[in-house]
Ligand binder design. Structure first.
Ligand code: A2P
Length: 296
């Protein structure tokens, strides 16, 4: 249980004695968590998805698209009473220039972390280990003309960082975000973000005259929407290229970042490799990069 900063915890009457009066000074907030950051905003999208923002450690530098370990203090060990941090990898969804950090999370009802994290409130604290890493970064891609960002579910999180980073628009002529979810409501985070960027005056300069430098291709698989089907199927049939009016993947033109479940990542990787694109890494940039969307 985390005491929110500044919160004077109510104490039982018989807990107080004349010898130890409880004063404001006595309940001054004590930093109980290592690497604590304070939650500043929480927004729930569905019963399975939410986003939250936190303060950012001044010393934290990261590249848009990277992830960090975040979490809460675990329950005390019944034998020893000791508490250990319960940490999971989370992509940073905010861009590297942002004063705060943003995270986009699934809620797993019996997930050790997310079953508790989903109840977090502004003012409360999370643990954040300030060691960003990851492969969904510009440095791991060779220069190209068109950047494809392929996401399913919460795999959109690192791309929320990438598409808010001006560097993305300096490096590429066109950015296409594909986001496949089961239901329409699960697309809300990506849809609202892209609509917001198109209305943002500073972003408009980067998005070009028709605001069409950033393109959005949402698809659903289990609820009726304008474009239905798995993105993998729509690539195989060529429908996505026809819909967007672009040529099929070409290693001289196209670059890709992939973030979703393991089967999704493998399927997209096979399609990109089939078109002659090679998987890159920080140490050896190439035409596409892959990272698993983290759940827990
Ligand atoms: P589907 O409904 O056909 O399984 P999940 O919520 O299970 O993580 O899935 C998120 C979205 O990703 C769903 O729309 C799901 O489609 C889709 N998906 C899951 N696996 C793959 C895959 N191997 N290739 C393409 N899309 C996938």
């Amino acid at each position: 249980m985390i005491d929110s900063a500044g919160g004077a915890t109510p104490r039982a009457k018989d807990d107080m004695t004349d010898q130890s009066p409880v004063t404001q000074a006595a309940v001054k907030p004590v930093p109980t968590l290592p690497d604590a950051q304070t939650v500043t905003e929480v927004q729930h999208y569905t019963d399975r998805l939410f986003r939250f923002r936190t303060t950012r450690p001044q010393s934290l530098r990261f590249r848009s698209g990277e992830f960090v370990m975040i979490g809460l203090m675990g329950d005390p060990d019944p034998a020893t009473g000791k508490q250990k941090p319960l940490l999971r990898a989370y992509s940073i969804a905010s861009p590297s220039w942002d004063d705060e950090l943003e995270f986009y999370s699934i809620k797993v009802p019996d997930g050790p972390l997310t079953s508790r994290l989903q109840h977090i409130q502004p003012g409360e604290q999370i643990i954040l280990r300030p060691k960003p890493v990851g492969t969904l970064v510009h440095d791991a891609l060779l220069p190209g003309k068109r950047l494809w960002l392929f996401a399913t579910g919460t795999g959109f999180a690192p791309f929320a960082s990438i598409i808010r980073d001006p560097e993305t628009y300096e490096r590429f002529d066109e950015i296409i975000v594909t986001h496949t979810c089961r239901e329409v409501a699960e697309l809300t985070y990506s849809r609202e973000m892209i609509e917001g960027l198109r209305q943002d005056e500073l972003m408009q300069e980067l998005l070009g005259a028709g605001l069409d430098k950033l393109r959005y291709y949402p698809t659903t698989t289990r609820e009726e929407s304008a474009r239905m089907g798995r993105i993998t199927t729509l690539i195989e049939t060529g429908e996505v290229f026809r819909d967007l009016g672009v040529a099929p993947f070409d290693p001289a033109v196209d670059r890709g970042m992939v973030c979703g479940s393991l089967p999704f990542n493998l399927d997209i990787k096979a399609l990109l490799e089939g078109a002659g694109l090679r998987e890159g890494a920080n140490s050896e940039p190439a035409e596409f990069v892959v990272e698993k969307a983290f759940v827990g």
